[in-house]
Design a protein. Structure first.
Length: 303
């Protein structure tokens, strides 16, 4: 876990880079400006989705004895940082929003001064989860998130929008993030009571049994303080109201209602908004009657 003092140091470095690179208040967040200011480059001649682990092993063999090589398994590396060459490599098959986060994560390894011992860093889906809670990787993730969402710029914009999954999805387009990242940040930063359940389809699942498994679950502070944690299983089948959207191949629904139970065995009458992007299923939850007053109306296109 990152301590508060380190968080403040990361925030200061991030803000100064945004400001000095003239990226602050520019939307979507201009990654190229941040790269140029940090004196790093993306090597697009190598696509990490099309190479095998021998590429990384060779780099390790060429490096010196005290090399600090960060990785969590060499399979499916999504981002790679080489301090010696001042180069970043990425899996180019990722969505633009995901690539932006990965690039900023690798930049974080390069600009957080106390990480100077990191000569090579290989990152996969495990280390690039924003909730990943281990040392340098957690710090690089925190740098990536606050830089991509430009600190309080995200919060200011969020507070002017209705409490809805559409608002969070519109933020992903504005800042240039993935939908997953924007939804997570929207919930965690919200002053309203809301939660986000992220599901992943189970490969080969058939019939009326478990069809999706829980990938992530996030709460706003006010939700936890006033309601507490929800009593969710690890796997979900068709008897869950929002899973009917999955059953009938509905991509988006912002009119759902469901009664949930908390871990304190209390019932919660909740609204749910549903979005399936083909990889993950997002269930945005908030108690009935919970609203965020806003004059803005969100219209999503090409969902």
């Amino acid at each position: 876990m990152i301590d508060e003092s380190t968080k403040r140091d990361i925030e200061k470095i991030s803000y100064e880079i945004l400001k000095q690179s003239k990226a602050l208040d520019v939307f979507p967040t201009p990654i190229e400006k941040i790269l140029n200011h940090s004196e790093l480059v993306i090597d697009t001649s190598i696509d990490l989705s099309k190479i095998d682990k021998s590429f990384f092993e060779k780099l390790k063999e060429e490096s010196f004895e005290k090399l600090k090589f960060l990785q969590s398994g060499l399979t499916k590396v999504k981002g790679f940082f080489d301090r010696r060459e001042k180069k970043i490599y990425v899996d180019l098959s990722q969505s633009d929003g995901r690539k932006n986060f990965v690039k900023l994560h690798e930049i974080g390894h390069g600009v957080l001064t106390w990480q100077s011992e990191v000569i090579l860093a290989a990152d996969n889906d495990s280390t690039l989860i924003e909730s990943f809670d281990d040392g340098f990787e957690a710090e690089a993730n925190y740098f990536a998130s606050i830089t991509l969402f430009q600190h309080d710029r995200f919060i200011t914009e969020m507070n002017s929008l209705p409490l809805s999954i559409s608002s969070a999805m519109s933020m992903s387009k504005k800042f240039g993030s993935s939908v997953h990242s924007a939804l997570r940040n929207f919930v965690i930063q919200s002053r309203n009571k809301c939660a986000l359940l992220v599901l992943t389809p189970i490969k080969g699942a058939k019939g009326n049994g478990a069809l999706c498994e829980k990938r992530d679950l996030f709460y706003s502070n006010s939700f936890l303080n006033e309601i507490g944690e929800l009593d969710f299983p690890e796997n979900f089948g068709f008897h869950w109201e929002f899973m009917k959207c999955y059953q009938f191949k509905i991509r988006f629904n912002d009119k759902g209602n469901i009664t949930l139970k908390t871990k304190n065995n209390e019932e919660l009458n909740s609204n749910f908004h549903y979005f399936n992007n083909g990889h993950n299923i997002f269930i945005f939850l908030f108690p009935k009657g919970e609203i965020n007053k806003s004059r803005k109306k969100i219209i999503l296109q090409n969902i």
